[in-house]
Design a protein around this ligand. Structure first.
Ligand SMILES: [Zn+2]
Length: 445
């Protein structure tokens, strides 16, 4: 009986962890993706004419076509001429945002948090359609937990979410509703609030501004006791040094050129400690000049059909004279800094993941991920390295490297098919043809 009970608990736990409950995928149905070029996530040359065999929501095999037998009755997906790769992971995004030009005006237009239940599913759909099958939200009211559950149940389209809920900070951010932030004034408070968030069910903790070394340590202690990772919003050298001392798990934003280049010893320490770095370099520095050169990207039929007419019109209004928006005030300087800054972590061979900070102004969920990956290639990463960063490495940073991030036997079937060769031109990642999440081909109307 004892043995039966413990196997039952393991089974239930396994079902829960792997998300079998999430979708109506037939566990015995085989699906095979055939004929495509497979990038499996390992930063190795691709496999041509590959077969990926899926049973239910699990990848059974992936390799050259001649090595894999396809069972009778298998559903076939023809990927000839296309590239097959792991679903992309965005390690820094905001599901409450849709790219509006000004945060204050946006929150005032949507009346604080009143329309989030309407907006978050729009953002979630845009991300999934862009090939993002998992994502981390770093800053929202706790109501995001309901959206996460609705996605898990298959009620709305979206990536697998990990969420921080409200960030912990010593400096209150004006213009953002109170439910986005928890303001603390001592390490003890910081620890207490971190425990509160964990008890509410968040997946990660986000630390924001003005926090001391002792605050960092207090939160890290509580988080690690609960097996939760701590992400910190960091730009300044001293704050990064404190984060390293406190063993913060993920360094967010460093490298996005808000600051002049970083000292060599700091870069060395980050690389040596293998502390994950999410640079978020594209959100101002690449997105802004791309928009200057083609303002047409701000108004597309897809964007119009993605949202209610009033929101679409409000977005368009917010883009008027976008070069004068406060958000881009320092961007010309940042672009000059970026020539060195964005390369620094890449050249120091830091442990680099990928995050977009979407949907910050003009940085839409629909294209933020390929723009960030493209910016990383511009800054010195090979196409193969950046694809691995956005898939295998990101899954490891999430703590889900055993389930996600590569196309190989035993992993969950989160796979995208792209119409083109992103190893030749990373921008081909904008042409996502098919998204498979949890073994199921996603249908976008
Ligand atoms: Zn952010």
């Amino acid at each position: 009986m004892q043995r039966y009970l413990s196997s039952l608990i393991i089974l239930v736990l396994g079902v829960y962890l792997l998300g079998f409950h999430a979708f109506a995928v037939d566990d015995n149905q085989y699906t095979a993706i055939t004929g495509g070029m497979l990038i499996d996530g390992y930063e190795t040359p691709p496999i041509h004419n590959a077969t990926v065999l899926i049973k239910g929501n699990i990848i059974i095999d992936a390799g050259p076509a001649h090595t894999i037998e396809i069972p009778e009755g298998t559903t076939l997906i023809d990927a000839r001429g296309k590239t097959v790769l792991p679903g992309l992971i965005d390690l820094h995004m905001h599901l409450d945002l849709i790219g509006h030009g000004d945060y204050d005006e946006y929150y005032s237009y949507i009346k604080g948090t009143e329309r989030l239940a309407e907006i978050m599913p729009i953002a979630a759909k845009q991300m999934l359609r862009a090939g993002i099958t998992s994502a981390v939200d770093l800053g929202s009211p706790l109501s995001i937990l309901d959206i996460k559950e609705a996605i898990n149940k298959g009620n709305i389209l979206g990536p697998r979410l990990s969420v921080s809920g409200p960030w912990i900070t010593r400096i209150k951010l004006g213009g953002v509703p109170d439910s986005y932030q928890i303001v603390i004034d001592s390490p003890k408070q910081a620890a207490k609030q971190a425990q509160y968030l964990i008890d509410q069910g968040v997946d990660v903790i986000k630390l924001w501004l003005g926090l001391t070394l002792e605050d960092y340590k207090a939160v890290v202690k509580v988080a690690h006791q609960n097996n939760i990772k701590v992400h910190a919003h960091l730009y300044k050298v001293d704050a990064i040094r404190n984060a390293l001392k406190a063993k913060i798990d993920v360094l967010q934003h460093v490298g996005s050129a808000k600051m002049p280049p970083y000292p060599e010893d700091l870069l060395h320490q980050i690389a040596e400690s293998r502390t994950p770095v999410i640079q978020t370099i594209a959100h101002r520095i690449w997105v802004y000049p791309a928009t200057l050169s083609n303002p047409g990207r701000l108004d597309t039929p897809q964007m119009q059909s993605d949202m209610p007419a009033d929101l679409y019109q409000e977005l368009q209004r917010s883009f008027t004279h976008f070069h004068r928006l406060g958000y881009f005030h320092d961007t010309p300087d940042e672009i000059r800094n970026a020539k060195i800054n964005a390369k620094q972590f890449i050249n120091s061979n830091a442990y680099i993941g990928v995050g977009t900070d979407a949907a910050s102004p003009l940085n839409f969920h629909s294209d933020a991920i390929w723009r960030e990956m493209s910016a990383l290639v511009d800054s010195g990463m090979t196409e193969s390295r950046v694809i691995t960063a956005a898939t295998k490495t990101n899954a490891e940073i999430l703590g889900k490297g055993d389930q996600l991030g590569t196309v190989e036997a035993g992993k969950l079937a989160d796979i995208i098919i792209v119409d083109g060769n992103p190893l030749f031109d990373i921008n081909m990642l904008k042409y996502v043809d098919t998204v498979i999440k949890n073994g199921e081909v996603q249908v976008f109307e």
